[in-house]
Design a binder for this molecule. Structure first.
Ligand code: ZN
Length: 258
């Protein structure tokens, strides 16, 4: 009897998986492609309409190097993190990211995730042996604080990570980093006080699963890079072999962060 029960349970799991895959495919086939920035109907499958596409400035070079924060009790400070981005923040990319985050449009993670897959392919193609800092063992989204997650209903970074994961070819660990301090609430603090708080803002849920692993962090946007640096520091402190990051937009320092 236990064998039969196990078999039936597996059948249910397979049926559920098939149903999810089939409905995703049907939605993809039946839905009209629309511009991620202005919702205009597109004739061919693309992320942006021709008008919006003209506002996009690709990130050159394709990555920015940031430095993980130093911590007093661990030697993680000074580790370089390459942050790969699709475009500079602005124009249609900024509009699409704002809609994804603030207009209750989690569906936009699908087309915007395609941009992250493109960045990954291009970074790999640019190196002779096809490897790059985007070769990894784990894919980890930058977490939202639980309160913010409850407000928004979804973590846009986790949705983007799910979209790019197949291209990265590594398992997704959406709950590996926990955000224990809601840092934007401390926006009035001095820059130094904020940096200090950011250091303690992220906790690695399962450090043993991070040790000796090459980790890719995924987020929608990198501004000062402070959030990514704080996550990278936490990962390095837990023993990660290397940390790189993948974002849709690399912003200059004046744009808003979370
Ligand atoms: Zn458009």
């Amino acid at each position: 009897m236990p064998l039969l029960a196990t078999f039936l349970k597996r059948c249910v799991l397979v049926a559920r998986w098939l149903w999810a895959a089939l409905s995703a495919l049907l939605i993809d086939l039946l839905s009209t492609a629309r511009c991620s920035a202005c919702d205009q109907t597109l004739r061919r499958r693309s992320v942006f309409c021709p008008t919006c596409a003209t506002s996009i400035v690709r990130a050159t070079p394709p990555y920015r190097a940031i430095v993980a924060l130093g911590t007093s009790d661990a030697g993680a400070g000074g580790q370089t993190v390459r942050v790969y981005g699709f475009a500079q923040y602005g124009g249609a990319v900024a509009d699409a990211l704002r809609r994804l985050k603030y207009d209750d449009r989690p569906d936009l993670a699908h087309p915007l995730g395609a941009l992250l897959r493109r960045v990954t392919r291009q970074a790999r193609a640019a190196t002779p042996d096809g490897t790059s800092s985007l070769s990894c063992d784990l894919v980890v989204p930058v977490p939202l604080h639980p309160r913010r997650l409850a407000e928004r209903g979804y973590n846009q970074a986790a949705l983007l990570a799910r979209q790019v994961r197949p291209e990265l070819g590594a398992p997704l660990r959406p709950t590996m980093i926990r955000r224990v301090i809601d840092t934007p609430a401390q926006a009035r603090l001095s820059k130094q006080a904020r940096a200090k708080n950011l250091r303690g803002a992220f906790v690695i849920a399962r450090p043993e699963q991070v040790r000796h692993q090459r980790v890719i962090l995924v987020d929608d946007i990198a501004t000062t890079g402070a959030t990514l640096a704080a996550c990278a520091t936490a990962l390095h402190d837990a023993g990660a072999a290397s940390v790189s990051a993948l974002v849709v937009a690399l912003a200059d320092r004046r744009s808003d962060d979370k």
